[in-house]
Design a protein around this ligand. Structure first.
Ligand code: NAP
Length: 243
């Protein structure tokens, strides 16, 4: 069976993507860091809607934890492989650069960028043999396309992810693997709940924050068979805020 793995799918955008991919027929691996209860609810929702899902907890910033989780899954699933990877886990630790601590810099880079590196390298082992093909979608951000004040760490991580997307797309295209990114603007999730939404939505031409489901719809398209000729691309999902 062909599985999909969505990092950070206990909440927010990752949860909406997991639910959407399950509706497309993929058994989905629900990854999280701390929030087991929320992750179990996502599994229950998918199963209640006739889909398949199981938990796969690991810290996306920890290469050894990723290896251990994948080794265990492969032993339990000798005839299955992971054909879809959505590198979605991410955190914000905003600060102006001159005040930014080592921890704020490294934690954001480690989660987004090192997480991408460790997990994608590991899962190419599933996608590359016998030209089985695959789909990789990376969760970038408006912050990585435009740069946002107070987010040097986050903008750097997301911009690097876009560069990594374009490089890998060219490496693996002959193996029928596509690698794309989506770059959301302001999306209503826990990550943005501390932001002044009333003020910020005035900046958005569409006049509102986006929904996690609107991001999931673009990811579902990139994962679909119809998107086989789209690779190395970044889809902006920002209500016209910046293109
Ligand atoms: P969120 O609501 O804060 O959810 C974050 C998710 O990532 C949770 O499932 C969390 O797991 C998981 N996570 C965090 N660190 C992790 C780690 N080290 N290992 C594994 N899982 C980890 O965030 P969101 O708004 O849905 O954002 C999802 C992605 O979209 C992020 O990459 C973010 O940068 C990007 N993005 C968001 C927006 C926005 O406006 N919301 C805009 C542009 C881009 P736990 O539940 O266990 O904590």
């Amino acid at each position: 069976m062909k599985y999909a793995l969505v990092t950070g799918s206990s909440r927010g955008i990752g949860k909406a993507i997991a639910i959407r991919l399950a509706k497309m027929g993929y058994p989905v691996l629900i990854n999280y860091l701390k929030n087991k209860e929320a992750a179990e609810e996502v599994v229950a929702t998918i199963i209640a809607n006739g889909g398949q899902a199981e938990l796969m907890p690991f810290n996306a910033a920890d290469g050894k934890a990723i290896e251990a989780a994948l080794d265990a899954w492969e032993s339990a699933h000798p005839d299955d492989y992971i054909a879809v990877l959505v590198n979605n886990a991410g955190i914000r630790k905003d600060n102006v650069l001159f005040m930014m601590s080592d921890e704020e810099w490294h934690e954001v880079l480690d989660t987004t960028l090192n997480g991408y590196f460790y997990l994608t390298r590991r899962l190419l082992k599933h996608m590359m043999p016998r030209r089985r093909g695959g789909r990789i979608v990376n969760m970038a951000s408006l912050s990585g396309v435009k740069g946002l004040a107070g987010q040097s760490n986050y903008s750097a991580a997301k911009a690097a992810l876009i560069g990594a997307t374009k490089a890998l797309a060219q490496e693996v295209a002959p193996r029928q693997i596509t690698v794309n990114a989506v770059a959301p603007g302001f999306i209503e999730t826990d990550m943005t709940k501390d932001l002044p939404q009333e003020e910020l939505k005035k900046l958005v031409p569409v006049g509102r924050f986006g929904t996690a489901e609107e991001v999931a719809a673009a990811v579902a398209f990139l994962v679909s068979d119809e998107a086989a000729y789209i690779t190395g691309e970044v889809i902006n999902i920002n209500g016209g805020l910046y293109t």
